[in-house]
Structure formats: C-alpha cells, structure tokens
Design a protein. Sequence first.
Length: 179
Amino acid sequence: MEDPKQANHSRFLLAVVLSMAVLFGYQYFFAPKPTDNANTNSNTANTNTAPAPTPAQTPVQQAQAQSVPVANKNPNRQISIKTPLYEVTLDSLGAQATSWILLKNKSTNGEKMLYADGSTPDNNKPLQLISPEALTYVPRQTPFRLSTGDANLDLSLNDNNYTISVTESVIELPARKSR
C-alpha cells in the first residue's frame, strides 16, 4: 500500500509542474510582445511630438508641456465614504481616490486601531495610504488611476471630470453584523 504522505508529495510536485507549464505556455503563446523602445543604437528619428522636458522643470510643467486640452463639462466634486474600518475620499477629477485612511483592523483576535509610522500615544497619526506628494503631480500619481500606455490618452482620462450620480458628499456605511 502506498504511503499517504508520499502520495501528497507526488500530487504537490505534479501541481507545481503543471502550474509552471501553464505559466510558461501562456508567456510563450499568448502574452503580448514587449516593444523595443530602449534601443539606443538605432538611427531612427524621434517621433515624439511633445517637447522633451528639461531637468529643471517641475512635474506640473512637464505635464503642461504635453497636455491636451480637455473640456470638463462636469463640476469637480469629492465624495467621502466612511465605514468603521476606513475612510475614502474620491474625486471626480480622473475618478481617483485622493485619500484612503485605514482606521481599524478587525480579526478573530478582536479590533485593533491602526496608526501611521511615527505615531506616539500623545500624537496618533492616521494611516494614510495615498501620499500627499502624489497629489502634487499632474497627472496625479495616485493608485488605481487609469493607465493605457498612451501618454496623451492617459492624460485625457485622468484629467477629465466624471459625473458623480449621488447627491450626498458623505456616505456612511454601517458596520456589518457578524453571523
């Protein structure tokens, strides 16, 4: 009779080998081929229509140099979503989260308040997941922003005011009851 421990090891190894075969097969047959834009020895002319930013330019000046004017018909609005565990602020400009604060961690061991690094018992700093510095760039360097690979399209998508269909500026979601 076969050892159950040995059978589990065999199944695990078979699963690893099959998983690797699927990953390598996908990379070989289906993954998009990367474009070779980093070839510095090519003699082709630069087809970039935007002027190259000088090192002295700020991120805002760089984006203005390559920006495409976008007609924003919708007013800029922000909406806050508050729960017992986190608070999120969403901006209609680019439909991006501009603030994401974690308040608590809920686990089987109970609830634990969360604070940022450098907090003290006298000065509890909120655990902000979106850097204030990221909001100073144009376009903003926030997580979950739209990115297509085309700089002009990305700028257009992330610099557009989208419609917010709710009238409230603050939405409070109650805590879910445990079952």
